[in-house]
Ligand binder design. Structure first.
Ligand SMILES: NC(=O)c1ccc[n+]([C@@H]2O[C@H](COP(=O)([O-])OP(=O)(O)OC[C@H]3O[C@@H](n4cnc5c(N)ncnc54)[C@H](O)[C@@H]3O)[C@@H](O)[C@H]2O)c1
Length: 440
């Protein structure tokens, strides 16, 4: 059965009404598969494609990647022989009747430009973290998911791992009392910063790489070997949000979930030197959030640290000398003890006397949870209503990193930094002409 319950008309992208979108929900037969179109099938996209299509209820219907070579589209096409292949997601979307759901595993700057029209077409969406490249885009993703009534999941898969699920449960159960403050860090090397500024000149574009499509909505720039595609795009502000953008939606996720955080009220950042091209090498970002029923006070401070070998100062944490800080993770300091939440390992309770044994929470499959939910079975946890709020907070930190040493006041309802026009302007960005996203 391929026909939705109510008939569907062809339509122009973005012109569809919420009423029509709601009518697309389908009833799947027991043997009918969810037809997946994967955009970005190298790097993490290869893993996403394999993980999602591991479900017997999913079939890989279409593969799209801007690099046709063996490491990217070639490898996926060899394994998923029945899937149609594309190098431009717009051509894929022209054939939207051939798939039901889309996974987006491109570099960050193309998440929203691909996911927004997918949702407007009534497609369920799995999108990598961080959900978007700007705060404005994150808000749009949430609005689109709601308007078109589609099933969504951000690719912060560690949320579904037993380690993070156990940490969240321990805090929600009050094991460390009410939480007074949180420190989160990523002390790893930013090995993807390979140049201090934009280089002069151009290298020949490899024969199988579609560079213009790779750039997509980003301002045009010449191809340079190794600096952008693949993986090293993380260094560049036009494509990514640096280390906080890369890891914030993982490491701050259990903090958000455990405390039930919403939008921050203020954010303030300091950092190493940075120009307008390449991200910083180390930072400290201080957030203040409204308190919740799991915090000790009316507000709660969450501080992010990154940079090779960097992290919170031990003397601020009240830890015993034998407690080691993991290379990345969070420490939640509560009224009855602290919880160390390494990224990714089981949490450790730090309390006076002997810590009680921790009962692990069972993991769930982040990928098939989404695929099942698309078929009407169960619900996702990192749906865009949740993931957009987490991403907005993370990306507000990266706005503060561009306007450092100022306490920025955030009005989430008005989507405005009330005391900085400069910061408010950085909530969005210029898009290449003809590549503007389809806003809700
Ligand atoms: N959840 C995780 O643990 C995790 C881990 C790594 C990366 N990621 C996320 O996955 C995304 C991709 O990161 P990566 O490290 O795999 O990058 P990558 O550069 O290694 O791979 C990106 C892939 O997308 C393709 N691509 C680029 N632009 C495209 C476009 N416009 N249309 C179709 N295909 C396109 C590339 O050719 C490549 O195959 C990022 O958002 C990143 O933050 C998540």
């Amino acid at each position: 059965m391929r026909t939705p319950r109510l008939s569907r008309r062809d339509f122009a992208l973005g012109s569809v009404s919420a009423l029509a979108a709601a009518s697309w929900s389908r009833v799947y037969g027991a043997n009918e598969s969810l037809r997946l179109a994967s955009v970005g099938v190298g790097g993490k996209g290869w893993d996403d494609l394999n993980q999602i299509s591991a479900s017997p209820k999913v079939s890989a219907a279409a593969l799209c990647d801007t690099d046709e070579s063996d490491k990217f589209l070639g490898r996926a096409a060899t394994k998923f022989k029945d899937a149609k292949t594309f190098t431009d997601w717009r051509k894929l979307f022209d054939q939207h009747k051939t798939f039901d759901a889309v996974s987006v595993s491109t570099p960050d700057h193309m998440h929203a430009p691909v996911a927004l029209p997918a949702m407007a077409l009534g497609k369920h969406v799995f999108c990598q973290k961080p959900l978007t490249h700007t705060v404005h885009e994150a808000r749009q993703m949430k609005l689109a998911a709601k308007k078109y009534g589609v099933v969504t999941q951000m690719g912060n898969q560690i949320q579904s791992h037993e380690a993070y699920r156990t940490a969240v449960k321990l805090v929600r159960d009050g094991t460390i009392g009410k939480v007074k403050e949180v420190h989160s860090w990523q002390s790893g090397k930013m090995g993807w910063i390979l140049a201090p500024d934009r280089p002069k000149g151009a290298d020949p574009v490899p024969e199988k790489l579609h560079w213009d499509e790779w750039l997509g909505s980003a301002p045009s720039r010449p191809y340079k070997k190794s600096l952008y595609h693949d993986f090293n795009w993380r260094a560049w502000q036009d494509f990514s949000n640096g280390q906080l953008g890369d890891f914030g939606c993982h490491i701050l996720d259990p903090v958000f979930m455990a405390l039930g955080l919403t939008a921050p009220t203020t954010v303030r950042a300091k950092r190493s030197e940075m120009n307008r091209e390449v991200w910083y090498r180390s930072s400290v970002v201080e957030y203040e959030f409204p308190g919740t029923d799991r915090t000790a006070d009316k507000t709660v401070k969450v501080t992010w640290y990154d940079g090779e070998g960097k992290g919170p100062a031990r003397d601020k944490l009240g830890l015993k000398a034998d407690v080691k800080l993991p290379g990345s993770g969070s420490l939640l300091i509560g009224t009855k003890g602290s919880l160390m939440v390494p990224h990714v390992a089981m949490p450790k309770l730090l309390v006076d006397g002997d810590a009680p044994a921790i009962k692990p929470e069972a993991a769930v499959n982040h990928y098939t949870t989404w695929a099942d939910a698309c078929r009407g079975e169960g619900k996702t946890t990192s749906h865009f209503d949740y993931a957009s709020a987490l991403t907005e907070a993370v990306l507000l930190g990266t706005v503060a990193l561009r306007v450092p040493d100022e306490t920025l006041k955030w009005d989430t309802a008005a989507l405005t930094v009330t005391n900085s026009k400069e910061a408010t302007a950085l909530l969005t960005k210029p898009y290449r002409k003809g590549w503007e996203p389809k806003w809700v």
